[in-house]
Design a protein around this ligand. Structure first.
Ligand SMILES: Nc1nc2c(ncn2[C@@H]2O[C@H](COP(=O)(O)OP(=O)(O)OP(=O)(O)O)[C@@H](O)[C@H]2O)c(=O)[nH]1
Ligand SMILES: [Mg+2]
Length: 701
């Protein structure tokens, strides 16, 4: 293939709801353009960007895939992204690498949750969006209805630039509103061949309606066009296209197309429009990259072949027989095959052997990649998703892609204890590949927790863990890090005395315990006067009490927020030692803490839930059934934001149930808030469980 400069490149992310036809569209566009030699199909696992046989079983994409279509002397890079909510991280990565988006909507299913999310994300990033209604050949396909839905649910600024000729089984062509010509496809031929004709009668009425709407919409975005139009002047195709391109950049117009991916109908118009209306890689706004390996001093990055190299890794993926493959967008500079680049994030040099572009699973080696293009290489040593590759002379880091936040969290254990180390290493590698899969260690419950965008996301990662690292892991409900505290004051004694041949042990202390405010922690006050306990043994008492406090008094959880006054004691000149006073401290804790009305504290999270208004009632009802305390609600772009405090013990499975309650349209963010006394029934259950466990342990020994 020939070399392409940034002005001849379009970087387009293909986004939308699950099963809307994104992968099929990418395959059809590449095929009709001639860049891909065969028309693949999702159903038999031959689609360009979906060749993983596992995908065929599963029925949905879990990774992004890159392909390209050469059209009108332009290389259109197409980044196919997963639509399924659980794998939306890759859709965010795809958008970050692109300058515009094709938002695919099925002609039968219409606007769905994933459509809404990805459209909003593209607009938030200020990427021009082109809507493509796919599956026009399917029974019940209805172009007008989808148009109205987009208008209602996504944006009033959507505007058809073509209308279908026939729909469903009768779909056989499209009329372009700009050229006023029809493409009538040859029935039964799957190569996308068509005959260009006048507008047929059957599409006339729809054409007239939409044509006026189109010209009015375009005029409305530009004063001089509007004046011209109001004076009754005709707006030429070139004027309309130029006006439209500017309006698209300002998010003021979103053109709408209709296609059949199965039949390859309508691809030419989409390709030509992408070339004409989408910004080239050279039109990107300059980026601000951070200089060096640390700090926040920035430097501007321009799409320029002669500038220093700056490439952003938007995806790393391991592929069978190839190993780790790194996909990157070259934002500035030129890369030659075999060049060495520098990873400032990880302070390592990487050699880019076999520099390639990807056409689905095929890699095409190229001698050189120009600023603005998307490339890939295999077998880098230590470079991961979200890293920046630059040069040793000018190391920079690009701003990180903001990935969606984890919604589901589980504890993870190696099925075989000996695999624990391999498990940890594997989990961290998976996170490097996919930043939406996160790993934490809870120091209080001693559990490793993984979080992701949904249950299926976690399951897919467990399968990868097994395949790539040979570790079988189990996901379980995370333990709750309860704590204990005291509600009353009391005093008492801890006396340790042991006489067993030889030298004995003797330690004796008197202490007062008192509650401290929440979060104040532990305090130890030495009030010994007159040497009833010698100086050197006092820290041992403190140590003993602290050690015992970690194991609690009610249910084995650490006891916190209390104050200890050591006010008296006694000792033995021969038998006393540090060990004996530590034991005395432990005994004092057990005796006194039990008298101070110990209670169980439970951890609480603060939640911020964003939900469409129609689900408000359900979401609030569910929160109250989870012992949630509502702090307030406020309107937002995507509906209503609810803030609430909910005990962690009630949050297991919350992400999944929120998704099913709201058809996947709500999302939430949670953060640890603090501890509060658990209600009596809740505490009693935890205490009983602990007692039962202890009993079982005793029996086992
Ligand atoms: N009849 C018809 N079927 C289509 C068309 N486009 C896609 N399909 C079918 O719809 C199903 C989903 O298509 P995909 O291309 O996998 O959809 P996707 O958007 O990539 O799905 P995810 O990657 O899972 O989000 C497959 O069975 C396709 O064969 C079309 O234009 N016409
Ligand atoms: Mg797909």
């Amino acid at each position: 293939m020939r070399e392409f400069k940034g002005s001849e490149i379009r970087n387009i992310a293909v986004v939308g709801h699950g099963a809307s036809g994104k992968t099929s569209l990418v395959d059809a566009l590449a095929f009709v353009s001639g860049s891909s030699k065969r028309h693949g199909s999702v159903k038999d696992g031959t689609a360009l960007t979906d060749s993983d046989p596992k995908k065929v079983e599963r029925g949905y994409s879990i990774n992004l895939g890159c392909a390209f279509a050469e059209w009108q002397d332009t290389k259109i890079n197409l980044i196919d992204t997963p639509g399924y909510l659980d794998f939306q991280g890759d859709a965010f990565a795809g958008l970050a690498a692109a300058d515009g988006a094709l938002c695919v909507i099925s002609a039968t299913a219409g606007v769905e949750t994933g459509t809404e999310r990805m459209f909003r994300e593209a607009v938030r990033r200020r990427d021009p969006v082109l809507f493509v209604v796919s599956m026009m050949d399917k029974e019940h396909a209805d172009f007008d209805r989808i148009y109205q839905q987009i208008k209602m649910r996504l944006s009033s600024k959507v505007i058809p630039v073509e209308v279908p000729i026939g729909q469903g089984a009768d779909f056989h062509g499209v009329v372009n509103l700009f050229t006023k010509r029809a493409h009538q496809f040859k029935r039964g031929v799957k190569t996308g061949e068509y005959q260009e004709t006048e507008i047929p009668d059957e599409a006339r009425e729809q054409f007239d309606r939409y044509y006026n709407e189109l010209i009015e919409s375009i005029s409305a975005t530009d004063d001089s066009l509007l004046e011209h139009y109001l004076e009754g002047g005709e707006i030429s195709r070139d004027e309309a296209i130029a006006g439209m391109k500017e309006a698209m950049k300002r998010m003021e117009l979103f053109p709408l197309f209709c296609v059949s991916n199965d039949l390859n109908y309508g691809m030419q118009a989409v390709l030509s429009t992408v070339v004409e209306l989408m910004p080239s890689a050279f039109e990107m706004e300059e980026l601000h990259a951070f200089k060096g390996a640390e700090g926040d001093a920035t430097v501007e990055i321009h799409a320029d072949d002669d500038a220093q190299c700056v490439a952003h890794v938007f995806k790393t993926m391991s592929e069978p027989h190839v190993g780790d493959v790194t996909f990157f967008r070259l934002f500035s500079g030129t890369i030659n095959n075999g060049d060495e680049l520098y990873n400032a994030t990880r302070a390592g040099v990487e050699k880019l052997n076999h520099l390639s572009v990807s056409q689905g699973r095929d890699r095409i080696e190229i001698p050189r990649l120009h600023a603005g293009d998307i490339g890939c290489v295999a077998k880098l040593r230590n470079t991961h998703t979200n890293d920046t590759l630059s040069t040793r002379q000018h190391p920079v880091r690009l701003p990180l892609i903001q990935f969606p936040e984890g919604q589901v969290s589980m504890a993870v254990h190696a099925a075989n204890r000996a695999d624990e180390e391999k498990l940890q290493a594997g989990l961290h590698r998976l996170h490097d590949e996919d930043p939406t899969f996160e790993v934490h260690y809870n120091t209080e419950t001693h559990e490793t927790l993984v979080s992701g965008l949904g249950e299926r996301h976690l399951e897919v990662n467990m399968a990868k863990l097994k395949r790539k690292f040979g570790v079988t892991a189990e996901l379980t409900k995370p333990k709750i890090a309860y704590r204990e505290t005291l509600k009353a004051k009391a005093e008492g004694q801890g006396r340790h005395k042991k006489q067993s041949g030889g030298r004995g042990q003797f330690g004796d202390c008197w202490v007062r315990f008192a509650p401290q405010p929440r979060g104040a922690g532990y305090a130890f006050v030495d009030e010994i006067v007159g040497g009833s306990i010698p100086r050197q043994y006092i820290p041992a008492v403190d140590k003993g009490i602290q050690e015992a406090a970690v194991r609690g008094i009610l249910a084995g959880y650490p006891l916190v927020d209390f104050r200890v006054e050591l006010f008296d004691g006694s000792y033995h000149t021969v038998d006393s030692n540090e060990m004996s006073f530590k034991m005395a401290g432990i005994l004092a804790f057990k005796a006194v803490a039990a008298k101070c009305k110990p209670v169980l504290l439970e951890p609480l999270d603060e939640l911020e839930i964003t939900t469409p208004d129609e689900y408000m009632g359900d979401v609030l009802g569910d929160l109250s059934s989870r012992r949630g305390h509502i702090l307030g609600t406020e309107p937002s772009d995507a509906g209503t934001v609810i803030r609430a405090i909910v005990p962690q013990a009630e949050l297991y499975g919350y992400g999944s149930s929120l998704q099913s309650m709201t058809q996947g349209r709500a999302s939430y963010h949670h953060a640890f808030k603090g501890y509060e006394e658990a209600p009596h029934e809740v505490a009693q259950k935890v205490i009983d469980e602990h007692a039962k466990e202890k009993e079982e342990e005793l029996v086992a020994h």
